[in-house]
Each structure stands twice: as structure tokens, then as C-alpha cells.
Design a protein around this ligand. Structure first.
Ligand code: PRP
Length: 211
């Protein structure tokens, strides 16, 4: 008998896109799962159970095996560096990680960078041989250069609207981001048939969306 797949789904901007992808793959996933305050949502028709998680926590749930699989942005995967198995690039929630600043930014003596991604930012500047002080913030990162907390920020750019509306510019794009399907390493072996079947259903939908 097929086993139930426990899936860590990210709450917020990725949820709707991921749910739409599942539906296009023929899995009857509810549209309004996020409308309630329920955090554990059985989806028996799809042989799944959703755990609605804060996106940054998805790799943690998957690494510890409390969910078998999860959907998470490449930005979070690189920042959290958890031991999970990356199965598929879902091609959704496409955006990029960039260095952002005021239009007149020039390298100065004191270089401070604010970001929600301190590990990603520190690694990048270390590789570039640049000495910067990285300051961790949890949101509204664009404020930092506007009010003088930092010279630059490292943040996600999707439409560019937040930058434009705050008079900031993209100084450099660092890497592209999409959402990924990841699996717990033990679940990948123990529930291989179920996970493989899900991948087989998703792959043609992802390919079709990229044409
Ligand atoms: C993200 C990111 C940018 C914005 C980019 O913030 O940190 O601020 O979206 O999107 P855009 O290019 O389409 O404007 P989020 O909405 O996650 O809110 P936050 O302020 O809590 O980080």
C-alpha cells in the first residue's frame, strides 16, 4: 500500500505557485489551504499531508525527517545549508539574489551590508576578497541603505518594484533563484516509490511551463 507523503509547504508567496503546480500534475491539492489557521492539512486524495511552514524552516523539517519532502527556494537552501537531497528544480518563484545600494554608491572605507541572508552574503564577499561587515535583519531590508544602517544590502529581487519605489538600484546580480523539491535522505529510500511517482508527475508539467 502506498505510504502517505509528509510535505513541508512554504507559507506565503511560494504556496500558491507550488499548489498550482501540484494541481497541474493531477494532484487534487486544495486551493484554500492557507485560508485557515490550520498548520497540518491532510490531502488524502493526493496521498499527502501538508505541513504549512515558514519558508526558512522547510529544510530543517526535511533534514530531521519530520516531513519526507519539502518545497523551498534556492536562496533558503544556500543560506540554511541543511543536509537534504535536492530532487527537482520546480522552475517557480523565479527571482535573483542581488547586491543593492543607492545609485551613488562607491566603495568606501567602512563597508556594511545588511541582509536576511548572512551566510550567503559573507560567503560571497569572502570569495570576492572584499572585507565587509554583515548585519543580519529579518525583513524590510531596503530600509538599511535609506536610513544609513548599511551601505549596501544583499536581497532577493523579483519584479524590482521594491527597489524602484525606494530609489535603490541593483549593483550586481549574484545568482538566480527558483523553488526546489527536496527530500529527507532516509525518506528518499523508504518512500522511494511515492517520491519517484511525484517527480514523474511533476517533471512534464515543469518542462511544459518552461517552453
Ligand atoms: C522580498 C525581498 C524584497 C522584495 C523583492 O521581501 O526581501 O524586499 O520581496 O520583490 P520585488 O522585486 O518584486 O519588489 P518580502 O516581500 O519577502 O518581505 P520582507 O520585507 O519581509 O523581506
Amino acid at each position: 500500500m502506498a505510504q502517505v507523503l509528509k510535505v513541508a509547504m512554504p507559507k506565503g508567496r511560494i504556496y500558491d505557485k507550488a499548489a498550482a503546480l501540484f494541481r497541474a500534475a493531477g494532484l487534487p491539492v486544495p486551493e484554500d489551504a492557507e485560508a485557515t489557521r490550520k498548520l497540518v492539512i491532510p490531502v488524502p486524495e493526493a496521498g499527502m499531508e501538508f505541513i504549512l511552514a515558514k519558508p526558512v524552516d522547510v529544510p530543517t523539517y526535511v533534514e530531521y525527517g519530520v516531513t519526507d519532502i519539502g518545497i523551498v527556494g534556492k536562496d533558503v537552501l544556500l543560506e540554511e545549508d541543511r543536509d537534504v537531497y535536492e530532487l527537482l528544480d520546480l522552475g517557480i518563484a523565479r527571482c535573483r539574489m542581488s547586491i543593492i545600494g543607492l545609485p551613488d554608491w562607491k566603495p568606501g572605507i567602512q563597508q556594511r551590508v545588511a541582509t536576511k541572508y548572512p551566510n550567503v552574503a559573507s560567503r560571497y564577499f569572502r570569495e570576492q576578497g572584499q572585507q565587509v561587515e554583515v548585519i543580519k535583519l529579518n525583513g524590510s531590508i531596503e530600509l538599511a541603505p535609506l536610513i544609513g544602517l548599511a551601505d549596501r544590502i544583499v536581497d532577493m529581487v523579483e519584479t524590482g518594484q521594491t527597489l524602484r519605489e525606494n530609489g535603490l538600484v541593483e549593483l550586481q546580480s549574484i545568482f538566480g533563484i527558483t523553488s526546489r523539491l527536496v527530500a529527507n535522505r532516509v525518506s528518499y529510500r523508504m518512500k522511494n516509490a511515492e517520491i519517484q511517482q511525484l517527480c514523474d508527475r511533476l517533471e512534464p508539467v515543469i518542462r511544459a511551463a518552461q517552453r
